[in-house]
Structure formats: structure tokens, C-alpha cells
Ligand binder design. Sequence first.
Ligand SMILES: [Zn+2]
Length: 318
Amino acid sequence: MFVGIDIGGTNIKGILTDKSGKILSFRETETPDNSRDIDQAIFNLIENLATSVSVSKIDIEAAGIGAAGTIDRAKGTVIASPNIPSWKNYPLSKNLEKKTGIRIFLENDATVACVGGWWQGNGTKFKNWIMVTLGTGIGGGVVIDNKIYTGQSGSSMEIGHMTINTDGRECSCGNRGCLEQYASASALVRYVKENINKNKNSSLYQYVKDGSVTAKIIHDEALNKDDFAVEAMTDIATYLGVGIANLVNIFNPEAVILGGGLSQAHKMIIPVVKNVVKERALSGLKEKVKYLPIKDQSKIPALGAAKIAIDRYNFENR
Ligand SMILES: [Zn+2]
């Protein structure tokens, strides 16, 4: 049996599968705010997955983990994570192997979403496609000729940090004008906070004033036809379209698949993205691109992490 874990800014999701990818158990827990507690939360999650189907941890051959940040795959360390600052050259794999006794394989969170989509999600329909994960930050993955491309150390497709505004906002990565400063869930919330005083009639006004506004609330209010909420959604989707137009020109993909928490708003985001790509990308590249949401945001990334564990465990034990 194998475990797949997807660590997001808000939740940690875990699944237990057999080697064919059949899901035996699924568990979810909140992401703690420091690295030591995250280690413990993952340990507890693996225990819960095992006991939920009455198996012993000894029956788990390996676990794959998708972590938000740049990683060193060979060392199993998170080099830096803009959204989990206490991960700095953090030996996540080693810590968890010591704690659990299970072989751990580390990957980037957008890569595990991409692998999940390639294995069991909407990516199975295409040979050349891009995964864009929209959450606290923005991540990416790419499949070229039906193979996942991850770069020399596992950190390719950091598309959230492509510059789309040379004089733009400072980013936690050290650059300025990065895509995720304009098109992520955090960017959506910031847009609303910065412009709320010009929109006091908006249903979002009270949420901003009492400090409870979230990306989900903004999306819900946009669905309720609040003009300012729609404006905010359109603003981030427009910037996302600019980023995706760049990717369409570079990769000439058959499809762009949206993952991450904010992909739940795909019905509102995709039409805007499509129009921006139509305006900006090259003729001959932009016409036939399909835009789809990830099939199941709660399980596909964790499944991808399990697939990585299965393949790399088999490779080590061949
Ligand atoms: Zn950046």
C-alpha cells in the first residue's frame, strides 16, 4: 500500500491506495503554521489512514508528499516556501522517515497535481497540456508528449513567479510583479480589501470590516451577482489570462487545466481567461486550446503524490 499527501496552505489531504491507484481511504486536516507541527500532522494523518482500514503502518511501502515551495528532490528538502516561511532548507523527508519508518518521496505540490491529472484526471485526454494551480500562490506543471517535465531538480514551472509587471508589487520570492501577486486567491482578497472603500454598497463590505473576507466568500458573492465581487474575480482572471497567454505561446498546449482551491471558481474564471488569451496569444497557437478544471481538487493531487511514491519505490526496489 502507498500513501499520497498534498500539503496546501490551508489543508493537508492524504489518501491510502493500492499499487493500481484504487483509493482505500481519504483523510484531511488543517495545515498548522509551523514546520514541527506540520511534521506531526502528517504523522497523525498517516496513522489515521492506516487505522481507518485496519492495516499496520508496516504494510505501507512508501509515501509521496507534495509540498508548496521549491524543493531538492534528491535530498528531500524544501528549499523555500513563500507561503510556509518556517520551511527553509527544511529536511521534510528525513524528519518524516525518522518519525514514521516509511520511505518518503518529496515533490512540489503543483507537480503532484499534474501527475494526478495525468494518471487519473482530465489530463488523460491530452498529450501536451499545462496544469495551473490557483491557491494562496500559483504553481504549475507541464506534460510534454505524455511525459511530466520537472526540470533538473524538480522545481520547473514556477509560473506564479513569472514577471507580468516590471514595476509591479514586491513578491515574497524577492522579485517584483510576479503573476501570483495579481492572480492568486491572496491577490483576490487583497484586491477586495484595497478597493472596498470605493464600494461600500457591496455585500463584501461587512466581511472586510469584520476581517472575515476570504476568496471563497468573494466567489460566493460574485455568484450572487454582487457587482464589486464580480469585478474582483474578473480582475484576477484577466491577469491569469495574461500569464496563460504567455504559456500558450511557449508550449503550444492542447489544454490548460486549472487546479488549486480557487479552481472551484472555474466557471467564472475560464471565460475571462479565454478572451484574454484570444486577444494576446499568437494565431495558430491560441485557437484550439481547451480549458478545464481539475477533476477532483480534493483527491487528484494526493493521488499524484501516491503515484510518485509507487513509481519511485518500484524504481529503487527493481
Ligand atoms: Zn515571486
